[in-house]
Every structure is written in structure tokens, then in C-alpha cells.
Write a protein that binds this ligand. Structure first.
Ligand code: NAD
Length: 482
């Protein structure tokens, strides 16, 4: 399927990059070039910032909070009306199964807009009792121009976690999708025009991280960067953004522990452990990539995991029956295979998968779901984020060791706990250094529940009422009544 040429959305108009540059978009399941998108220059970033700043003081800035909320709601409804088409685009550029795009990711993205639309007219300031004769109150105002820079694993959903609260709170947005997966962000831009957003409120500029992304982070006309991506990229963004003291929120990498105690419902834990690592091909920041298993049940549990994993085979992402799609890019597949080699060299026992897969077409970046047992906490695959379908199983002897091993990482995004003992579950949840803890479940999300990292998994929270705080600033007004 050829999608053709795509332009930048700046100030409500579609246009080529100022220098005419484009970049290809590849379908990782077929290796075909499916689109050419504009690669934005510094001048294009300047133009997007000018459009976004003008929109702040234009008709958008004059809308009441309730009218703004209605528009955001309309965008959510329109996205849901177009779910089949947008889900297909998401699968084509990312390689994820159409079932995930059609029934989970795009509906969640639409719901995110509906949810934050509801907050638009419910965020207000306070009146504050002070000493003396003065009326003191606070106003909650938009931060200004927000740049959302997002990765390729959940291209539209992770964009929406930023775009929806930003718009609902009255900011204007410059959205930069990952260069590998720009198509659904561009589709969102068109939907925003269709439902009547004023020009410049949502700008979508495609391009590389090094040029377009860097120009965004350096730009003095941008007030906030909302970033999801690699931890090292996030650190660079923080350093660069310091020059202009931008607000920033960072959602970064993870190496999340999924802890299985001997008293757990083991069949449920096996399902949870496999979903925890293989959903989204393991290209999930919160993937339960470290399976911590009670030594008492280790052999039995790993046996069950290996058996279930061997039955999972990758397939054509557009086939509704497929549960495991293509790895997002050639570079990512090579990276994942390299970690498999490292794990073998360092003494991990390969109990399932371990190789590139062929779905019968001789094309596409497919990978067998892979499990390593006998992993020690010092091994590379226990420490570094692989961002692919590779599970590292590590054992522990008691609760204290489970907690210590779970926390023995620079990351702190998520964690799972499997036990039938409710006291143990709450105790372990309280000790884990992670922004989200799932008990007897894994990889579940809701727009109302905040999500974000501890430690080097970042800071700030997306979703839920907590997110609203990161898209507003507080003004205190003193009125002398004496
Ligand atoms: P990445 O950091 O390479 O890229 C993310 C985005 O940043 C892309 O749009 C890219 O073009 C842009 N970018 C790259 N260099 C830049 C620069 N110097 N200045 C500005 N922008 C720049 O990450 P990726 O490989 O696309 O995504 C995978 C990573 O994202 C993983 O580490 C994963 O854990 C993380 N992730 C985190 C979460 C979360 O919520 N915490 C969610 C999903 C993914």
C-alpha cells in the first residue's frame, strides 16, 4: 500500500519542508517504502513556533474553557469515527498487530481526548486567606506553546497523552512524531482541521531527532517540552532545554521487574508474564522485561513460560488473528539480536526463541519471542533496556531479596507482583521504586490513572488529573482592600 507524499502542518496549512527535504517511511512487515514525509528544517520549526504563538493570542486564546473542551471532545469523537483508517496506518508504519491498533491503541487515544476534554472547565484557582487586608487568589493559566516529542512504539497514543491535556488546558501544540512513525500524527492534524481547531493550535512537523527535534528543544519560543523516548535522549533534552529554562516532562526507558512468588496463581502469572513482555513486541517502556521468580518454583514456572512462548509465532500484522507483529525497524531488530548474542556469551540459558523469524514472505523484521533463564542481576540483559521481545528470568529466595533485586536498576517505571497473600502484595508494592505497580495483573492502563517514572525513567505524570498540573501554570493575584 502506497500512502504517497505527506507535508508538514503549520498554521492550519499543509506545506513542504522549506528546503524540500523528505524522508521515507518503511513498513517493517514488508520492508517497502510506503510514504515520503517532509523533513522539517530549522526554518520550518521557526514557522511552526510563530503559528503556535499567534494562535495563543488568536481565537483559540479567546475561547471559553467549556468551548475549548467541546472542541477537544469533538476531536476524540472524530478520531473514533476514523478508527479503522487510523489503526491501519499505525500498523503499517509500526508493524504492530492490527488487533492492538484497532481495539486498544487508537480507541485509548480517542478516549484520552474525551477524558481531558472533561477537565477543560474544571481546573480553577483558589482564594487564599492571608494576613492583612487583601484578596489573594490564583489563576491557572496555560503554559504556552508545548512541543510534544514522541517515540515510535505507540506513536499516536503517546502523542495523545501530551496533546490532549495540553489542548484541554488552552496551550498550543507542536507535535513531532518519531521519524519512523509519522503517519498517524499527520492524520490527527487533518482531523483537528476537520473539526474546526483554529490554525496554529495543533501543528505537526515531521523530521529527524537530530535536526527537527534539536531545533525544537533549542527554540526560545517554546515554553514546554513533553518528551517520551530513550533515557539518554531525555538527558540531552534536559541539558539543552536548560538554556531557555523550558518546562519539561520526561517519560523515559525502563527495565521493569515482574515478581512471581511461589504462592501466586501460577497460570495467571504465566499469562501475565508473557503479556508483560510480548505485548507490543516488547517495544513497551513498561515491559516486564525482568522476570523475578521464586527459586522454589523456578523450574516449573520457567517450563510453563517457555512452553507458552514457543506457541507464539509472529505473523502478518494486518491479519486480525496475529498477536505478534514485526519489530519496528531493521535497526531495532539488529539491536535486539545483538542483545541475544550478548546474553548467550554471558551465560544465560536460552529456553525459547532467540532468532529472527520468517513469516513465509522472506521479508520483514520479525523476531521469535525469546526467553533466557539463569540470568544473574549483573548480566547485560538484566541491566539494559532491550526494547524487544526478550525476557530475562532471574531467581530470588525470599521477599527481601525479591525487593532488592527488583530495585537494583537505574530505572523505575513499572513493576508487577504476583501473590495470593494480600499483606505481602501491599508490602512489596510499598517498597518498589516504580511509578506504577501492578498486583496480579500487568500492562493495564486507564486514562484516569497517572503514569510516569521514578529514578532515571523520568519525571512528571501523564494521564489522570495529575497530568493537568504539567500543562498549567499558577498566577497569584493580590488585591489591596485596605
Ligand atoms: P528516542 O529517544 O530515540 O526518540 C524519541 C523521539 O525523540 C523521536 O521523536 C526522536 O526523533 C526524538 N529525538 C531524538 N533525538 C533528539 C534530540 N536530540 N532532540 C530532540 N528530539 C530528539 O527514542 P525511541 O527509540 O524512539 O523510543 C524508544 C524509547 O522510548 C525507549 O527507551 C522507551 O523505553 C521509551 N519509552 C518510554 C515511555 C514512557 O512512558 N516512559 C513510553 C514509550 C517509550
Amino acid at each position: 500500500m502506497l500512502i504517497g507524499k505527506k507535508q508538514l502542518l503549520i498554521g492550519g496549512e499543509w506545506r513542504d519542508a522549506s528546503n524540500g527535504q523528505t524522508m521515507p517511511v518503511i513498513n517493517p512487515a514488508t520492508e517497502d517504502v510506503i510514504a515520503e514525509v517532509a523533513s522539517a528544517s530549522r526554518e520550518d520549526v521557526d514557522a511552526a513556533v510563530a503559528a503556535a504563538r499567534a494562535a495563543l493570542s488568536g481565537p483559540w486564546g479567546k475561547l471559553s474553557a467549556r468551548e475549548r473542551g467541546r472542541l477537544v471532545y469533538k476531536l476524540g469523537e472524530r478520531l473514533m469515527e476514523q478508527v479503522d483508517e487510523v489503526a491501519r496506518l499505525e500498523t503499517l508504519h509500526n508493524g504492530k498487530p492490527i488487533t492492538e491498533s484497532r481495539h486498544i491503541e487508537i480507541p485509548m487515544a480517542a478516549e484520552c481526548l474525551l477524558y481531558f476534554a472533561g477537565w477543560a472547565d474544571k481546573v480553577g484557582g483558589d482564594t487564599i486567606p492571608v494576613k492583612g487586608t487583601a484578596l489573594v487568589y490564583t489563576l491557572r493559566e496555560p503554559v504556552g506553546v508545548v512541543a510534544a516529542i514522541v517515540p515510535w512504539n505507540f506513536p499516536l497514543l503517546l502523542a495523545m497523552w501530551k496533546v490532549a491535556p495540553a489542548l484541554a488546558m488552552g496551550n498550543t501544540v507542536i507535535l513531532k512524531p518519531a521519524s519512523q512513525t509519522p503517519l498517524t500524527a499527520l492524520a490527527l492534524g487533518q482531523l483537528a482541521i476537520d473539526v474546526g481547531f483554529p490554525p496554529g493550535v495543533l501543528n505537526v512537523i515531521t523530521g529527524s531527532g537530530g535536526t527537527t527535534g534539536q531545533a525544537i528543544v533549542e527554540h526560545p519560543g517554546i515554553d514546554k517540552i513533553a518528551f517520551t523516548g530513550d533515557t539518554s535522549t531525555g538527558k540531552g533534552i534536559m541539558r539543552t532545554a536548560a538554556e531557555t529554562l523550558k518546562h519539561i516532562t520526561l517519560e523515559l526507558g525502563g527495565k521493569s521487574p515482574n515478581i512471581v512468588f511461589a504462592d501466586a496463581d501460577l497460570d495467571a502469572a504465566v499469562r501475565g508474564a508473557t503479556v508483560g513482555i510480548f505485548y507490543g513486541k516488547g517495544e513497551v517502556c513498561a515491559a516486564g522485561s525482568r522476570l523475578l521468580v521464586d527459586k522454589a518454583i523456578k523450574d516449573q514456572f520457567i517450563g510453563k513460560i517457555a512452553e507458552r512462548t514457543r506457541k507464539m509465532v509472529p505473523g502478518d500484522p494486518l491479519d486480525p488473528k496475529t498477536r505478534l507483529g514485526a519489530i519496528s525497524s531493521k535497526a531495532q531488530l539488529e539491536r535486539v539480536l545483538n542483545y541475544v548474542d550478548i546474553a548467550k556469551r554471558e551465560g544465560g540459558s536460552l529456553v525459547a526463541g532467540g532468532s529472527r523469524a520468517d513469516i513465509g514472505t522472506g521479508k520483514g523484521y520479525f523476531m521469535q519471542p525469546t526467553v533466557f533463564a539463569d540470568v544473574t542481576p549483573a548480566m547485560t540483559i538484566a541491566r539494559e533496556e532491550i526494547f524487544g521481545p526478550v525476557l530475562a528470568a532471574i531467581d530470588f529466595v525470599d521477599v527481601d531479596e525479591a525487593i532488592a533485586r527488583a530495585n537494583d536498576t537505574m530505572y523505575g517505571l513499572a513493576a508487577g507482583v504476583w501473590t495470593r497473600d494480600i499483606k505481602k502484595a501491599h508490602y512489596v508494592a510499598s517498597k518498589l521504586q516504580a511509578g506504577t505497580v501492578w498486583v496480579n495483573t500487568y500492562n493495564v492502563y486507564d486514562t484516569a490513572a497517572p503514569f510516569g517514572g521514578y529514578k532515571q525513567s523520568g519525571f512528571g505524570r501523564e494521564m489522570g488529573r495529575h497530568a493537568v498540573d504539567y500543562y498549567t501554570q499558577t498566577k497569584t493575584v493580590w488585591v489591596d482592600l485596605s
